[in-house]
Every structure is written in structure tokens, then in C-alpha cells.
Design a protein around this ligand. Structure first.
Ligand code: SF4
Ligand code: SF4
Length: 104
């Protein structure tokens, strides 16, 4: 399981760096993020959640049935969209209002 960072979308805010528990994210000379040791990523998704421009995708491994799917997180007002795109292009979304997450 690992992430991939879209450099075209990255704005160099470094939020992903500040939340990665393994300090795996580095920055190139253009100030764009990249993951240095993808094999060391344990897929916690912290960086994916933190990136406000949706530049980071998490590959969902075969061990959890992901088969090449990618997870991205998009924020829109109070709602967080967890989007899973299958390798065939089909997208599934789970929409959550974090303010409601401790209600149940
Ligand atoms: S959080 Fe997103 S935009 Fe900010 S540095 Fe990381 S990848 Fe780039
Ligand atoms: S998914 Fe977690 S471990 Fe992997 S790069 Fe992002 S913050 Fe670091």
C-alpha cells in the first residue's frame, strides 16, 4: 500500500509532511511533494486527508480487496468526500460530516 502524489496539483503547503508518522514525504527543488520510500508507507491515509487540493491518492492493496483502486479525500464546506476510484474508472463516494462522527 502506498500513496502517489500528483505534482501538477501540489501547491507545496507541506501539510502532508507534518502529519506523516514516518516522515516519508520530501520536497523537490520546485517545492513539490514526493514520497521517498513508497515501500515504507503503511497506508494510514493521514496525508490524504490533510491535502486540501486532492493531490494525494492512496493505492488500496489487493490484501484489502482494492485491486488497483485509489482513495482520495475531497473537502467541500462541512462535508468530507471519501472517493474510491476503481481501476475501471467507476467511482464510489462516502460523504461524511466530521461534526457528526461522534454521534453514534
Ligand atoms: S498537502 Fe498536498 S498540496 Fe500540500 S504539500 Fe502535500 S501534496 Fe502538496
Ligand atoms: S499514508 Fe501515512 S504513512 Fe503513508 S505517506 Fe501518507 S501519512 Fe505517511
Amino acid at each position: 500500500m502506498s500513496i502517489v502524489i500528483n505534482k501538477e496539483k501540489c501547491v507545496g503547503c507541506k501539510k502532508c509532511l507534518s502529519v506523516c508518522p514516518g516522515s516519508l514525504i520530501k520536497f523537490d527543488d520546485d517545492g513539490k511533494a514526493y514520497i521517498r520510500y513508497p515501500k515504507d508507507c503503511w497506508g494510514c491515509a493521514s496525508c490524504v486527508k490533510e491535502c486540501n487540493v486532492c493531490a494525494i491518492s492512496l493505492y488500496l492493496g489487493a490484501d484489502i480487496g482494492g485491486r488497483g483502486s485509489r482513495l482520495t479525500v475531497e473537502k467541500e464546506a462541512d462535508i468530507v468526500h471519501w472517493n474510491i476510484e476503481e481501476s475501471n474508472g467507476v467511482v464510489h463516494s462516502i460523504d461524511i460530516n466530521p461534526k457528526d462522527s461522534n454521534k453514534y
